[in-house]
Every structure is written in structure tokens, then in C-alpha cells.
Design a protein around this ligand. Structure first.
Ligand SMILES: *[C@@H]1O[C@H](CO)[C@@H](O)[C@H](O)[C@H]1NC(C)=O
Ligand SMILES: *[C@@H]1O[C@H](CO)[C@@H](O)[C@H](O)[C@H]1NC(C)=O
Ligand SMILES: *[C@@H]1O[C@H](CO)[C@@H](O)[C@H](O)[C@H]1NC(C)=O
Ligand SMILES: *[C@@H]1O[C@H](CO)[C@@H](O)[C@H](O)[C@H]1NC(C)=O
Ligand SMILES: *[C@@H]1O[C@H](CO)[C@@H](O)[C@H](O)[C@H]1NC(C)=O
Ligand SMILES: *[C@@H]1O[C@H](CO)[C@@H](O)[C@H](O)[C@H]1NC(C)=O
Ligand SMILES: *[C@@H]1O[C@H](CO)[C@@H](O)[C@H](O)[C@H]1NC(C)=O
Ligand SMILES: *[C@@H]1O[C@H](CO)[C@@H](O)[C@H](O)[C@H]1NC(C)=O
Ligand SMILES: *[C@@H]1O[C@H](CO)[C@@H](O)[C@H](O)[C@H]1NC(C)=O
Ligand SMILES: *[C@@H]1O[C@H](CO)[C@@H](O)[C@H](O)[C@H]1NC(C)=O
Length: 877
């Protein structure tokens, strides 16, 4: 299996090379080095073992018997330091991927004079200065001098007493018991109550520093059968929830369920509790990572694209990682860079920040004038500290609430207290006072209204403006306008309360309690209906305004034909005008059809909870008598298809608008997939379901087909294939199997439609290819990508941007859902100018072979439809 005499030779030669290095004539050294290299090559294929009296240094490696893993010195990224590590052999994973590091905290700087060897029954690493920098640390009285280290194909490095039976004896030591940041299949995470041994995964500090970072994953020591992610081994910010043996998942990690890939097992008994996993298909290459971003990630290697594919991660949102951005840093969920320093602050270590290791946080550009630093002689001539207003922030928990007579006192209170670093308004008589370093701040996305305005205390010289005077003025303005705004709101609130009280009184006087009763009745029915909708999941927290039928009739002129603007999936849509001249779109469930009730409820349930600039907003509903009516914000520019496919209107959409529309749609989909309180698959994305507001901003509509993925699933099957031909992904059309990658597929089709101005559904009528993607792919392969772009924008577009969109489109419409990117990657690809995109495979359905597969599938009725109307097909059984 291995050739121990060769490695011994090599050990000697190696030492020889190292000693010759500086002294001898260069040519001789060169020849010897060549010989070393040759031998090394030979060795690294043959040896998986370091035996007693052998050593490893320089660029020697040992390789596991099946050639899966390799062990040796490595240098992470641009670092100049060396570590002993285990990585996948290059034949399997072309991207160097370290899975284990021995000397995480104690790198060496010269590999040729450092040695890894067996010493007194331990595997030890000596540095160039011959100091012991790492050891397996066994108290090895019995096995002294006779042990060997073997690298297994599982990636486990085991230390055994020499001559012990590898099949039966327990190893003296194994790397699986001491995981670094990676947990490989077959490894265990847990603790043993007999030996008190715990396995903890700790993130690297950064991509170039394997030293233990701040984030660790460990089993709950309290025995709740849950895993925790801790910050600095102390603060818990995520839990897997307890293990549920019946569903074989952790309650908060439903991703683990579906699992035709991973076989997770949890073992707990008197002596030990641990969690382990294996792969159903042993050829899959997969690893589990405690990433330096504070998230755990399950990744699989995609050979074709040469990339690690993220299967799932937790916590799902980057900003849920505690204190990711360090002191005075602010986390942003949607921007490409997760962390930014607050205005007036700069990264403490730009190098670390460049490596996306943010935990060192930010420091002040200008010191505070009256606190902390000694007052210099010139200080009295300087302006006092001031405040910088930062909008839409979520605040940390460690703030103090102070009662004040009026809120204009908040600023002065903060200024007069040296430990105060920021404040915010809480109510008309309360300020939040924040002291010390500000941790865990988050900049909320536009559209998220839950944030507050934070006033950060800064030294007088604000970095934003050059002149000191302007600074002072702007500070004063900021302070005054902030306060004034609040006063207006407060005043408005009182006024509103007062008038509301009067209104009630008037109503009572006029005997209108009847109306109220009626309203209550409708509200009750509404609640009933909603509670009857299956898998509701916390509708209670949504207070959707109820409109009376009377007001809807008035708004639409008794549903007059003149007000009708379209026919939706389940009934007509009217334009309406509410009192106050607010324009609305009113969707009425057709009574005749008898269908669509479910879709109506689905839409009501879902869209009421969704709030995002790129989703159409539901303003209210009306449930009265037999009527089911939804009231939306009105979209003056109707839907995208009205422009895109109309030869006389498509000129309205120049390239800039098209690109903005593409980005907006992507953001909307990302929101429903990832950032709303529910995970939702839209299932019917298409040009006619993208509405355009007055400024041509896209808003996704029609959630009638959408599916809530309760957090307990990432994929599902349906018996009813619904959607629109041409936008459906193959796995969905064939097997009713769907995931968020279905929406990604539809998005890809939509993207190609927007760029080309051609309609996918009507495609085969006048082209050779079966689909738009197939047609575009052919042109692309012939190097004629520009011809894919709509002639009406071809001359004026940004060619790079347009071509990139086409490429992203191709990535989204690939046959295998696993090959398609997630929406977050799509957004990154679209946003970054410089990123090179992974290569994509031929689009699904682009050839006859593919399409035959659709119609000959035993499980589905062939789906042939030329129009863009949503169809709904029962799945053949
Ligand atoms: C290493 O440094 C080079 C040049 O400074 C830079 O271009 C490259 O991105 C760096 N690589 C990493 C992994 O940081
Ligand atoms: C271990 O088991 C394998 C097969 O299971 C066998 O081929 C091998 O000889 C065994 N090794 C020892 C040392 O018993
Ligand atoms: C394990 O830890 C417990 C409590 O911390 C202690 O009482 C026990 O002696 C330890 N056992 C070993 C083998 O170290
Ligand atoms: C574990 O136990 C300690 C002390 O009993 C308690 O403070 C802590 O909250 C517990 N942690 C969990 C996750 O239950
Ligand atoms: C982490 O905790 C240790 C004490 O356990 C403390 O000394 C250190 O400052 C903490 N690190 C950070 C970044 O807060
Ligand atoms: C899943 O893992 C468990 C424990 O490792 C094993 O007993 C079981 O056979 C595995 N199941 C499959 C289908 O491989
Ligand atoms: C627990 O450990 C004891 C002593 O090491 C052993 O006898 C017993 O079989 C173990 N029990 C289980 C369930 O593994
Ligand atoms: C708030 O207090 C300041 C001084 O403390 C006073 O000048 C101002 O008029 C007060 N505003 C209101 C609305 O009471
Ligand atoms: C400063 O504010 C903090 C928090 O509100 C408070 O605990 C402390 O006593 C204050 N110090 C002074 C000098 O007012
Ligand atoms: C803060 O959020 C509100 C509500 O979404 C938005 O109108 C406003 O423009 C945001 N302000 C900033 C500075 O982003």
C-alpha cells in the first residue's frame, strides 16, 4: 500500500537538499532539487503514512491510499506563513481547499527546515528554530517511540500504535476528534462524558489566517440535543433547535431534511452525544464549514463549474451573525459588501477588512473633543462634538432608556455624558442612550420600516465636508430638523387621536354603531377564512385593512366596463379611485368561474405579509356577501410584456431601464426566497406578472400560485403542475418537483426576453430553435452574442452589461437545478463589473432531444401551449 523505504530515502535526501542549499554550487543543488522533486512526486503517490523515524518537510506530502486527500505544508492565500494542513487532492478538487490545519495558531516560516515527525509516540511539528510548535499532546507512556500517522481517504489523520490492527483498534489520536473549521462526512461533532472530549468547530480568522476566529459551532453543553453557534465562545446567536428523531432533523434546520444527498445521524447515550453524517452517494464531494463570516455552510463540489456550491447556510441572513462587523461597523444584508463603517469611522485594520474579516471593527477618524483624550490647548477653539444622523438602522440590544421631559433633551443628555456614543428617539418622552462601543448595528434595506434613526456622536470635524463652519451648520441643521420632524410626528399623532375620538363620538351620535358591528362581522369572517387556509403560519400579525363593498363599488363605478383594465388569473381587474384620489387596482374573484378561490386565498395570505419595493403592494381586501376582492396599489404602466413585445412601445425601454428592471425583479425574487419572514416560491414568474410603476420600476405580482416553504423544506413536489409553459423548469414540468431554482429558471427566461425583446412562448413559430434560450445559445456559441440583444437597444446598450445578462440568463436556465445559481449569486453577478462568470451548460429544452423527454415522461401530460396564459394541469399518475 505504501513504500516506507522510499520515504525514508526522501527524508534523508530532503535534509541533504536543505543543508546543501546555501553552501554548494548552484548547479549541483539544482540537480539535487530536481531529484528531490522527482522522488517527491513518486512518494506523494505512494505514501499515506508517516512512520517513526520518518519526517515530512519542504513540499513533501503524503496522500491517502485512494488519492482523495493530501497532507503537507501549505500557505493560505497571500500569507507568508506555512501550516500543516489536509486538502483534497488536486485530481478531485481543482481549487485548493483546506479541510484541517494542525498548527493553526503557530505557523512556521520556512518549510524546508521545519519537520513534521513522530516523536515519543506523538506526531509533532518542529519549526525552523527547532522549537516544538505543535503536537498531538498524548501522554504516551506505553507507545513510546512506536506510532505511525496514516492519512485516510475520509480526510482523517489517525495516529496508531505501530503494528496495531487498523481495523479494530481505536486510534491513539485522530484529526476528526480535533476539527478545525471543516466537518467532513464521517466526522463527529459532540462530546464524550467519559473522556470529557468535545468537538468544536472554529472559524478561521480570515481566508488567510487559519487561527481560531470568533465563531464556533458546538453541541449545547446543557444537553438539549441542539447545536449552538457562539461568538467568542460566549455569546450564542444561533441554535439548531433540538434534534427530532422522527423527522431526523434539527427543528430550525429544515434544510437537513430533504436529503437525497446527506444522511445525518444523531447518536446520544450515557457516554456520549454526537452528530455525524454520510453521503448517500459516496462520490459526492461535500464538506461542512464554519465560515469566517460566522455562518455554517454545507457545500458540494461541482466538478463542471470548478466551484463549491452552497447547499445551505445558517443563520440564513448574514447580519444575524452577532457582531460580524465589529465596533461601529454596520451590517448590510443586501449590499455586496456585508460590513461598512459608520460615517465618521474607518476600519481599524484595512487589511483584515479587505479579507472580509471585519471583527476588529472601526475606529474614529476624529477623536471626541471633550471625552477620553486630554484637552489640548487648541481644543477650546474647536467646535464641540456633534451628531451624525443615520437612517433606517436596527439598534443593538444594550441600550438604556431615559425618560425626559421633551425629546429635544436627548442630544444634550448624550453630549453631557462621556460614555454616551449615540442616541435615538424612542417615544415623545424617551430617548435611547447607547454607551461604549456600538456593536451589532444593522443598516436595514430600503422598504424595511422597522428601523430607527440613530444619532452617532462624532468629533467636530465630520469627514463628509471640508470646511469646519459648514460642519457645524450641518450638525445644527441635522439636530434641529431631526427634532422638528419628531415634533411634527408627535403633534400629528395627538391631532389624529383627537379627531379619531371625535369621529367615534359623531358615529355614536348618528347611530352608526351598526356599521361598526358590520365591520366587526366582516373582520371575523376574514379571520375565519384566513385561519382556514392551510399552512397559515402566523397570519395573526398582519392587520390588513378591510374595505366595504360599498366603497369598492364607489371606487370602480359599480365595476363598470370602462374601469376594467385587464383579466387576471382568476377574474377581472379594475382601476379604482378611493376617496382622496388614490388610484388602486381592484381584483375581483369571478363568481362564475368557481375556480381560483384557492389562488385568491393564497394571494391574500402571502402578499399581505410581503413588503418590498419590487413586489406589488396589497392595500386591503373586501370580503362581503359573496365577494372576494383584493385592492392593490395601482401600476400606471401596466405590465412588462405590454412594452417588451410591442414593436411600437418597446422603444420606451432603453437599455438603462431594462437593466434596472432586471435588477429590480432579481431583488424582488431574492426577497421572497430569502429575506421575507416566509420562504416563498412564486412559481409563475413571467413578463405579464411584472408590473411597472410610474417610474418604470418593476413590481412582481400575482402570488396566486406561490407556495410557502415553511422553514421546514427546501424542495417539494406537487400533484398539480401550475405555471406557464416556457417559464417552467424541466424538473418541475416533468416531475412536479420544485424549489427556489424553479423561480431562478423562470427568471432566466425572463432575463433573456428582456434583453432580446423576444417572447419565449411564441418562439418556435418563427425560429428553428425550440426556445428562446436555445436560439440565443446557438448564436452565442457562434460568437454572435450581440445579435441576441434586441435590435431596438443594440446600438445604445452597454454591450458588456447586456452580454453579461445573457450569460446570467444561460446560467439560470440550465437543466440541472443544482447548476443554476441562487438569486443572491445572480444579484452579485449582475452587480459586479469584474466578476468572471462560471461557464454554463446548454440550456434545458433547447434541443429536440430535451423536448421529447418532456412529452414522453410517464408522469406528466405533455404541456403544449402557445399563449402566455397560466395553465394548470393535473399531474398524471
Ligand atoms: C494576493 O495579492 C495579489 C497582489 O497583491 C492580489 O492580486 C491577489 O488578489 C491576492 N490574493 C488573495 C487571495 O488575496
Ligand atoms: C482490514 O480489513 C480489510 C478488509 O475489510 C482487510 O483487507 C485487511 O487485511 C484488514 N487489515 C488488517 C490489518 O487486519
Ligand atoms: C469530566 O468533567 C467532569 C466535570 O467537569 C469531572 O468531574 C470529571 O472528572 C471529568 N472527567 C475526566 C475523565 O476528566
Ligand atoms: C445552559 O445552562 C446554563 C446554566 O444552567 C444557563 O444559564 C444557560 O442559559 C443554558 N443554556 C441553554 C442554551 O439552555
Ligand atoms: C473574547 O473573550 C475573551 C475572554 O474570554 C476576551 O478576553 C476577549 O477580549 C474577547 N474578544 C472580543 C473580540 O471581545
Ligand atoms: C445512514 O447512516 C446511518 C448511520 O451512519 C446508517 O446506519 C444508514 O445505513 C445510512 N443510511 C443509508 C441509506 O445509507
Ligand atoms: C459507556 O462506557 C462504558 C465504560 O467505558 C462502557 O462499558 C459502556 O459499554 C459504554 N456504554 C455505551 C452505551 O456505549
Ligand atoms: C423642549 O425643551 C426645550 C428646552 O429644554 C425648550 O426650549 C423647548 O421649547 C421644549 N419643546 C417643547 C415642544 O416643549
Ligand atoms: C452616563 O450614562 C450612563 C448610561 O445612561 C449612566 O449609567 C451614567 O451614570 C451616566 N454618567 C453620568 C456622569 O451621567
Ligand atoms: C428609510 O426607510 C424608509 C421607509 O422604507 C424610506 O422611505 C427612506 O427613504 C429610508 N431612508 C434612507 C435614508 O434610506
Amino acid at each position: 500500500m505504501f513504500n516506507s523505504s522510499t520515504i525514508q530515502h526522501l527524508g534523508c535526501l530532503q535534509k541533504f537538499c536543505a543543508s546543501m542549499d546555501t553552501k554548494s554550487n548552484p548547479k549541483f543543488v539544482f540537480n539535487i532539487l530536481l531529484l528531490c522533486l522527482f522522488l517527491k512526486c513518486h512518494i506523494s503517490l505512494a505514501a499515506d503514512t508517516i512512520s517513526a523515524d520518518q519526517s515530512l518537510s519542504g513540499d513533501q506530502t503524503i496522500v491517502s491510499a485512494g488519492g482523495v486527500f493530501e497532507l503537507g505544508f501549505f500557505k493560505p492565500g497571500n500569507s507568508s506563513k506555512y501550516y500543516i494542513g489536509i486538502w483534497y487532492s488536486k485530481k478531485l478538487v481543482s481549487m485548493r481547499t483546506i479541510v484541517w490545519v494542525a498548527n493553526r495558531k503557530t505557523p512556521v516560516s520556512d518549510t524546508f527546515s521545519s519537520v513534521l515527525r513522530i516523536s515519543d509516540g506523538n506526531l509533532v511539528l518542529f519549526s525552523e528554530s527547532e522549537t516544538l510548535v505543535w503536537s498531538t499532546n498524548l501522554v504516551s507512556a506505553t507507545t513510546s517511540g512506536s506510532a505511525q500517522a496514516v492519512l485516510l481517504d475520509s480526510g482523517n489523520l489517525v495516529l496508531r500504535a505501530d503494528g496495531s490492527n487498523a481495523n479494530t483498534s481505536e486510534p491513539l489520536w485522530q484529526s476528526f476528534d480535533h476539527p478545525a473549521h471543516t466537518w467532513l462526512p464521517g466526522g463527529r461533532l459532540g462530546f464524550n462524558t467519559v473522556t470529557n472530549r468535545t468537538q468544536i468547530m472554529t472559524s478561521w480568522k480570515s481566508s488567510e489566517d487559519p487561527a481560531p476566529g470568533l465563531f464556533s459551532l458546538e453541541i449545547d453543553p446543557n444537553g438539549s440535543n441542539a447545536y449552538l453557534i457562539l461568538w467568542n465562545r460566549s455569546r450564542q446567536y444561533w441554535t439548531s433547535g433540538p434534534w427530532d428523531e422522527s423527522s431526523r432533523t434539527f427543528s430550525f434546520v429544515p434544510e437537513m431534511r430533504l436529503n437525497y444527498i446527506y444522511n445525518y445521524t444523531y447518536v446520544t447515550n450515557k457516554n456520549e452525544s454526537y452528530f455525524t453524517y454520510s453521503l448517500y452517494n459516496p462520490e459526492t464531494i461535500s464538506r461542512f464549514l464554519m465560515h469566517s463570516s460566522g455562518q455554517i455552510q454545507q457545500l458540494t463540489w461541482l466538478e463542471n463549474s470548478g466551484q463549491w456550491n452552497l447547499f445551505w447556510n445558517q443563520p440564513r441572513k448574514q447580519c444575524e451573525v452577532y457582531d460580524l462587523c465589529g465596533a461601529f461597523g454596520s451590517c448590510n444584508e443586501v449590499s455586496a459588501v456585508a460590513c461598512n463603517c459608520l460615517t465618521g469611522f474607518e476600519p481599524k485594520s484595512q487589511n483584515e477588512w479587505d479579507l472580509q474579516a471585519y471583527s476588529s471593527g472601526c475606529s474614529r477618524i476624529t477623536n471626541l473633543q471633550y471625552c477620553g483624550t486630554a484637552v489640548s490647548t487648541s481644543a477650546k477653539y474647536r467646535a464641540p462634538d456633534g451628531f451624525q444622523e443615520i437612517h433606517n438602522m436596527s439598534l443593538p440590544q444594550n441600550k438604556q432608556s431615559v425618560v425626559v421631559g421633551n425629546i429635544s433633551e436627548c442630544g444634550p443628555i448624550c453630549l453631557n455624558n462621556c460614555s454616551c456614543t449615540a442616541y435615538a428617539y424612542e417615544s415623545s418622552t424617551r430617548c435611547s442612550i447607547l454607551t461604549g462601543d456600538l456593536l451589532d448595528l444593522q443598516q436595514l434595506a430600503t422598504g424595511d420600516r422597522s428601523g430607527t434613526t440613530l444619532y452617532i456622536r462624532l468629533g467636530s470635524a465630520l469627514p463628509l465636508l471640508e470646511s469646519g463652519n459648514a460642519n457645524k451648520r450641518s450638525l445644527v441643521i441635522a439636530l434641529v430638523s431631526g427634532t422638528a420632524g419628531l415634533l411634527t410626528i408627535t403633534f400629528g399623532y395627538f391631532l389624529w387621536k383627537k379627531t379619531r375620538g371625535k369621529e367615534r363620538e359623531r358615529r355614536r351620535k348618528n347611530g352608526e354603531t351598526k356599521t361598526l358591528e358590520k365591520e366587526r362581522k366582516h373582520r371575523k369572517r376574514y379571520d375565519e377564512i384566513l385561519s382556514n387556509v392551510a399552512d397559515g403560519g402566523g397570519m395573526n400579525d398582519t392587520e390588513l385593512p378591510l374595505f366595504s363593498l360599498q366603497s369598492v363599488l364607489a371606487a370602480t363605478n359599480n365595476f363598470s366596463e370602462a374601469n376594467k383594465v385587464g383579466e387576471g388569473g382568476f377574474g377581472p381587474v379594475y382601476k379604482g379611485i378611493l376617496p382622496g384620489n388614490q388610484e388602486v387596482a381592484i381584483k375581483r374573484l369571478s363568481k362564475k368561474s368557481g375556480q381560483g378561490h384557492q389562488e385568491f386565498m393564497n394571494e391574500l395570505k402571502l402578499i399581505a405579509k410581503l413588503q418590498h419595493t419590487n413586489l406589488v403592494r396589497l392595500l386591503g381586501c373586501c370580503i362581503e356577501e359573496e365577494e372576494l376582492i383584493l385592492i392593490y396599489e395601482f401600476m400606471p404602466n401596466r405590465s412588462l410584456d405590454k412594452f417588451l413585445f410591442d414593436p411600437s412601445e418597446k422603444f420606451e425601454l432603453d437599455w438603462g431601464k431594462r437593466f434596472r428592471i432586471i435588477e429590480g425583479i432579481a431583488q424582488g425574487i431574492l426577497y421572497i426566497h430569502k429575506y421575507s419572514r416566509l420562504k416563498i416560491i412564486h412559481r409563475d414568474l413571467k413578463a405579464s406578472n411584472v408590473l411597472l410603476d410610474g417610474a418604470m420600476n418593476p413590481k412582481i405580482s400575482d402570488f396566486g400560485m406561490a407556495k410557502i416553504f415553511e422553514i421546514n423544506q427546501t424542495e417539494a413536489n406537487t400533484n398539480r403542475v401550475v405555471g406557464t409553459y416556457g417559464y417552467m423548469s424541466p424538473e418541475y414540468a416533468r416531475y412536479g418537483h420544485f424549489s427556489e431554482k424553479l423561480d431562478v429558471f423562470s427568471f432566466g427566461v425572463l432575463l433573456l426576453e428582456i434583453v432580446s425583446g423576444k417572447k419565449n412562448a411564441a418562439f418556435h413559430r418563427f425560429e428553428h430553435s425550440l426556445t428562446l434560450a436555445g436560439w440565443a445559445w446557438e448564436l452565442w456559441r457562434e460568437g454572435r452574442g450581440m445579435e441576441v440583444i434586441d435590435a431596438s437597444v443594440r446600438e445604445t446598450c452597454q454591450p458588456d452589461e447586456a452580454l453579461k445578462c445573457i450569460q446570467v440568463g444561460f446560467l439560470c436556465v440550465q437543466e440541472d437545478p443544482a447548476d443554476r445559481p441562487t438569486m443572491s449569486s445572480v444579484i452579485l453577478m449582475l452587480a459586479n463589473e469584474a466578476t468572471s462568470l462560471p461557464p454554463s451548460k446548454e440550456p434545458a429544452f433547447s434541443t429536440h432531444r430535451n423536448s421529447v423527454a418532456v412529452s414522453s415522461s410517464p408522469q406528466t401530460t405533455p404541456i403544449i401551449s402557445n399563449n402566455a396564459v397560466t395553465i394548470s394541469l393535473p399531474e398524471g399518475r
